[in-house]
Design a protein around this ligand. Structure first.
Ligand code: NDP
Length: 347
């Protein structure tokens, strides 16, 4: 089969691309420019025979994906391109708009240019579209399920000038727009949205230097390796559950063909992640890094006054079956740090 993958040079997408090739799919990959494709292939030359790149400099533009669909019959689409840069200044223009309009354009391109071979579009959403930004970590509550939606609005996010809220709004509104597109236009393919929690782990994407590491790895793991935390107690994360990037990619491969994934959103989560758990995992597995990573209080796992909402992962287990077990935090952090050290050597 043939899969169209958007944003193929991203952290998660590079793992999806790798696993698609492993599973013998041919991939039509979109990136913003030719140089981004070249960087990816330079790092993974063995992928070259299995992928054709098309360039989409502006994913909100009408017909953005026409050329990609014209490469050949597409059986499945995976949409992974969406703003993740927390250093942007114009939250509406640089974060919310490309996420929402990019998603609608993807579905509309699939509808217009995807022929009858196209069976399913899988969108890489986010648990940020499920949790409640106004009470997440503030007070204990029952685990989130796929019936929950983040009540965040653009007005709230933009008025507060808060980039985490703007990211949550971008993912919430993009996913809402996707489901609305399906209801309004009833295209010939079905839709699955995967909503993973914070995704971290080893990197396959091109990274030119430490500042270029993808945001979730940078914030939750690399900041410790780089010695940026004076104390563990003072550290806070925007979100407190994690899943390994290899599991997120595996979920995408399964979601292409799992009959029960049809027209569902599916939460993906492995377990809790806190600054203390990350510090513990790094100090245990990398004794050389102990001087950079403060010890904190190893058994005081959750930061004081923080009540991370938990996640009901029943649907993922139901849809993906008995083999759906996720990599634990220690292995995930160990392999993430291992991949930073490898990059440092190469750079
Ligand atoms: P990356 O930053 O590594 O990847 C983002 C990808 O999207 C890149 O290919 C990037 O291209 C592309 N992109 C971003 N903005 C634009 C834009 N305006 N126009 C065109 N392309 C754009 O992040 P991740 O791999 O972590 O994220 C991928 C997806 O997964 C996103 O949808 C994110 O919301 C979602 N997600 C991520 C989680 C995480 O913790 N990492 C958790 C849950 C969901 P370029 O390199 O050219 O900028």
């Amino acid at each position: 089969g043939r899969v169209l993958l958007t944003g193929a040079n991203g952290f998660i997408a590079a793992h999806i691309l790798s696993q698609l090739i492993e599973h013998k799919y041919y991939v039509i990959a979109t990136v913003r420019s030719e140089s981004k494709a070249q960087e990816l292939i330079a790092l993974h030359p063995q992928w070259k025979p299995h992928v054709t790149f098309t360039y989409v400099p502006d994913l909100t533009k009408e017909g953005a994906y026409q050329a990609a669909f014209e490469v050949g019959d597409v059986d499945y689409v995976i949409h992974a391109a969406s703003p993740t840069d927390f250093s942007v200044t114009d939250l509406q223009e640089q974060m919310i708009k490309p996420a929402v309009e990019g998603t609608v354009e993807l579905l509309s391109s699939a509808h217009k240019y995807g022929n009858s071979s196209l069976k399913r579009v899988v969108i890489l959403g986010s648990a940020a579209a499920v949790l409640d930004s106004f009470e997440y970590t503030v007070k204990p509550r029952k685990p989130y399920t796929e019936t929950d939606w983040n009540p965040i609005t653009v007005e709230h996010a933009v008025k507060q000038g808060n980039v985490v809220l703007a990211y949550c709004a971008s993912k919430t509104l993009a996913e809402r727009a996707a489901w609305k597109y399906m209801t309004d236009h009833t295209p010939h393919f079905d839709l699955t949205v995967l909503d993973p929690v914070t995704t971290i782990g080893p990197m396959l994407q091109p990274v030119s230097g430490p500042s270029n590491i993808n945001g979730s790895n940078l914030f939750d793991v690399y900041s410790f390796v780089a010695g940026q935390h004076q104390s563990v107690e003072a550290a806070r994360f925007p979100f407190y559950h994690f899943i390994d990037v290899r599991d997120v990619a595996r979920g995408h491969i399964l979601a292409l063909t799992a009959p029960a994934a049809s027209n569902k959103r599916i939460i993906l989560s492995s377990g809790l992640i806190t600054p203390q758990l990350v510090a513990n995992a790094i100090r245990k597995n990398f004794p050389d890094l102990r001087e950079k990573v403060p010890e904190g209080t190893p058994e005081a796992i959750v930061p004081v006054d923080t009540h991370p909402g938990d996640w009901d992962t029943g649907r993922s287990r139901e849809v993906f079956g008995a083999g759906w077990e996720c990599i634990g935090l220690e292995e995930c952090v160990r392999d993430a740090v291992g991949s930073f050290l490898e990059y440092q050597e190469r750079c």
